[in-house]
Design a protein around this ligand. Structure first.
Ligand code: OSB
Ligand code: MG
Length: 361
């Protein structure tokens, strides 16, 4: 698939102006369709996965394996997929499509399968690096006018204290989070602590490399802001170890990064039980991936606003007949229909499709 973003999204690892991604469409014998979005990006910049590695592992292992299962349900697929190392985003897309099918058969919304209860979920907006602090302030201002109540500013060395200070000056009471996507060396910890404290930043996400658990633990100690892990937590053991090391005071859960909605919920429960606030992260999903994220966020363990914005923050056309819109109190509505509960627009889908590959039993 290829979808042009409403505006380019710049992070410490690169700029994206059109998103390339895979969709998994499972066709059941009864004719029902289950959908899963694979959040791997064109280039392996956020993590080691990419569209090409996902396509390869899906067509070579995950999908043929799924088609050989006597009962192809989410639990059986999880068993099968666990044999293979990594490739979490590819695996998550299949599990998502299976959950969609299963929930449709039960005539229940997907949220019910993963313990969701809420009718609306609280959301914020993630704001990319801009060409100047003034432009950033204007961008944030427009999001606040739209109704978002917390912003997450992308930062990196050279784009941190100054732009964040400009936003703070313009909005003295705003809830500000920052996310560095691993861009700092551990030696930058004291400087980060200084500006983040002075500017009243509520949360600093993944400042250091994925494996730098001790650096995150050092920053966490005595910090007046939460330290959030994203890339460092990819499964249950990595979360358990990070918790034991006290390397986080907030947890970003992304379905793709951890290998599926079921694991995502398990990690959220684990974080919540350990007293760490948990929230649903985003990967600039189309409406299909975002619908799943919204169902996940309706589970009770998620206590901070997710990176799940309205459709028009990402795409002019996000593949749905009825786009997600921002509701009262900076919320999105959890779809109530069976499965994902969204109607996919055939026309938009056709327009965004670059290539189709079919795997048969
Ligand atoms: O680190 O949270 C991140 C987008 C792409 C890759 C990584 C991240 C992000 C975001 C966007 O912050 C969140 C969203 O989808 O709204
Ligand atoms: Mg992040």
């Amino acid at each position: 698939m290829e979808l042009p973003l409403v505006e380019p999204f710049e992070t410490s690892f690169g700029v994206e102006d059109r998103r390339r991604f895979l969709l998994v469409r499972l066709e059941a014998r009864d004719g029902r369709l289950g959908w899963g979005e694979c959040v791997a990006t064109r280039e392996p910049l956020y993590s080691s996965e990419s569209v090409a590695t996902s396509e390869w592992v899906l067509s070579r292992y995950f999908l043929p394996g799924l088609l050989r299962l006597p009962r192809p349900d989410p639990a059986a697929f999880e068993q099968l997929a666990r044999r293979f190392r990594g490739h979490h985003m590819a695996r998550a897309a299949v599990e998502a499509a299976l959950l969609d099918l299963e929930a449709q058969r039960r005539g229940r919304p997907l949220s019910a399968s993963i313990g969701g209860r809420r009718r609306r979920v609280e959301v914020g907006v993630s704001v990319g690096i801009q060409s100047s602090p003034e432009r950033l302030v204007r961008r944030v201002g427009r999001y606040l006018d739209t109704g978002y109540r917390r912003v997450k500013l992308k930062v990196r060395p050279g784009w941190d204290a100054r732009p964040v200070a400009a936003v703070r000056r313009a909005y003295p009471d705003l809830e500000i989070w920052v996310d560095a996507n691993q861009a700092y060396r551990p030696t930058a910890a004291e400087r980060i602590r200084t500006w983040a404290s002075r500017l009243g930043v509520a949360q600093v996400e993944q400042p250091f490399p994925e494996r730098a658990i001790r650096a995150h633990a050092d920053l966490t100690r005595g910090a007046p802001f939460r330290v959030c892990l994203d890339e460092s937590v990819v499964d249950r053991p990595s979360l358990d170890d990070a918790l034991a090391a006290r390397a986080l005071t907030s947890l970003n859960v992304k379905v793709g990064r951890v290998g599926g909605p079921r694991t995502a919920r398990g990690l959220a429960r684990r974080g919540d039980r350990a007293g760490v606030p948990v929230w649903v992260g985003g990967m600039l999903e189309s409406g299909i991936g975002r619908a799943l994220n919204v169902h996940l966020a309706s589970a009770p363990e998620f206590s901070l606003p997710g990176d799940l914005s309205a459709s028009d923050r990402y795409y002019h056309d996000d593949l749905l007949e009825r786009p997600f819109t921002l509701g009262p109190g900076s919320t999105l509505e959890v779809p109530r229909g069976p499965g994902l509960g969204v109607e996919i627009s055939e026309r938009s889908l056709r327009r965004a499709t670059r290539r189709v590959r079919t795997v048969r039993p």
